[in-house]
Design a binder for this molecule. Sequence first.
Ligand code: NCD
Ligand code: ZN
Length: 349
Amino acid sequence: MNKITITRPDDWHLHLRDGDVLPDLVSHTARQFTRALVMPNLRPPVTQVAQALSYRSRIQEAAITAGYPDFQALMTLYLTDMTLPSEIEKAKEAGIMGVKLYPAGATTNSDAGVTDLNKCDSTIAKMAELDMPLLVHGEVTHSVIDIFDREAAFIEQVLEPLRKKHPKLRVVFEHITTKQAADYVSQANTKDYGEIAATITAHHLLYNRNAIFMGGIRPHYYCLPVLKREEHRQALLAAATSDSTRFFLGTDSAPHAQHLKEHACGCAGCFTAAQAIELYAQAFASVGKLQQLEKFASLNGPHFYGLPVNQSMITIEKIPQKIPLSYPMGQDLIVPLNAGESLEWSILG
Ligand code: NCD
Ligand code: ZN
């Protein structure tokens, strides 16, 4: 298979940042995707509906500036210990698509995150009642738990008890990185408990943790949750290309200025937005499953979020392209994942 035409995809997990970088960042995503679910981990975080709505209008303005007036930003709220149930009511009315749980300290800009989920109990109960999905960064943060085990520990210690406590709550397990998470999501009981789905990034489908240490330390392959062993990459690839409707595309493209990645304490996040769908095509083609890409990239996500699928189509063809060494991002540069390497697939048109 050298060419595939699919329904235009959406990105269900994206970091767009804010301010003068928005037009540069939005244009990469809008070239391929009709909609993106935008993460709320700004500084300060997007904890209130009013902030989310003004952030959305800045993104939409940037999309117009970038020449993509039809791009749609879908918004999320950042859950804190202080989020009130009344904010969830407002969020539902305002069309906010989900509320993001960052365990405090788990990742970039998560210091305002949740310190103890019990403090959020009435807010989460309201989410279950109003069918507002909880989007989880699924890692525990205790210093005694090894960084490679944090996702698996989260399933047992947090996710399973949470779903039992709130049996109507719908959950998206974001950017899963382990076999344990893929198995948990595909086998989860959704008859007695709320629906569960997972996003998977292109980089976790393409790379194992060796990529971070290949010939020296490679900061552009460092993200959270961190890349895992090969057996986990294979399990993710099997899940993404399976017939399950519970897995969908979320790039977790997370741009940081070059000088903050190439640093003594480099930021976590891989920038993949510029070639996202081509990277996914490469991963799916590597196991001969390109025909499963449309479900994963364009159908399963809208189905979970109760939105129509996109009307237009895109064509991806086996034409090699070279990934640029960097892109402008406002006053800075960003280095994409795979910078300077070649990619086998390109979008036509
Ligand atoms: C993200 C970021 O930079 O905002 N970083 C990352 O490594 N993925 C935050 C996140 O999604 O964890
Ligand atoms: Zn993210």
